[in-house]
Design a protein around this ligand. Structure first.
Ligand code: CA
Length: 230
């Protein structure tokens, strides 16, 4: 993870400066641009491993920067938003950002998010292994789920949800905790999105089952992953 290149596009000099200093202290190479066109040009030149992108920028905004940068070459993008409302806009636009952080953010939090984005994009997950609960088997590195040997196709978000719960069988997760778990895999504004994912996961893992055996509802709280009859 050391020596990875990060492009920071942020027009507020104080934020850009302190962010760059912090990231350099963490061992990253950091290049900074202060407006939209400059950010796109910088990404073209330095081919970063991850881009940290403010939404409101002179020239054109961070969403446009994100689009243009992704068109050049796919790269993980972490957006800096001024408020949650902007994050909602990001959700709607689906501009191809991988994660977002709302200002004011803690540098520690941002560094953690950047590392998570880099880990996901590198495909060399430190926690690669196989998780088994009953007949359900999750191959973490390959993102493959099988149920009694039958392969089940889950989306990335569904996979992360199942993995999060299956790593701690029986533990009850609130919808909010599950949202956190998939944060960065996809933008999900509302806890109700979790219900929709769970519905899809059940349909795939336990087709035709009227009472879910694996992904169990804990009324008033959330969900847990358990062994059948366990
Ligand atoms: Ca700004």
């Amino acid at each position: 993870m050391q020596g990875r290149t990060i492009v920071v596009v942020e027009d507020e000099q104080s934020i850009a400066g302190s962010l760059a200093a912090r990231l350099r202290a963490e061992g990253f190479r950091v290049e900074v641009a202060h407006d939209g066109p400059g950010g796109v040009a910088l990404c073209r030149n330095v081919r970063p491993d991850v881009v940290v992108l403010d939404v409101m920028l002179p020239g054109f905004d961070g969403l446009e920067v994100c689009r243009r940068v992704q068109a050049l070459r796919p790269v993980p993008v972490l957006m800096l938003t001024a408020r949650d409302a902007e994050a909602d806009v990001l959700v709607g636009l689906g501009v191809g950002a991988d994660d977002y952080v709302t200002k004011p953010f803690s540098p520690k939090e941002l560094v953690a998010r950047i590392r998570a984005v880099l880990r996901r994009s590198s495909g060399s997950r430190a926690d690669a292994d196989v998780v088994r609960v009953g007949d359900v088997e999750l191959d973490v590195a390959r993102m493959v789920v099988t149920v009694a040997g039958r392969r089940v196709d889950l989306t990335a978000t569904e996979f992360e949800l199942v993995l999060t719960m299956a790593r701690q069988p029986g533990r009850v997760f609130t919808r909010s905790q599950l949202l956190d778990a998939v944060h960065g895999v996809a933008f999900e504004s509302y806890e109700r999105a979790i219900d929709a994912h769970v519905k899809n996961i059940r349909r795939k893992i336990e087709p035709g089952s009227s009472s879910p055996r694996y992904v169990q509802t804990v009324y008033g709280v959330g969900y847990r992953f358990g062994e059948p009859d366990g």
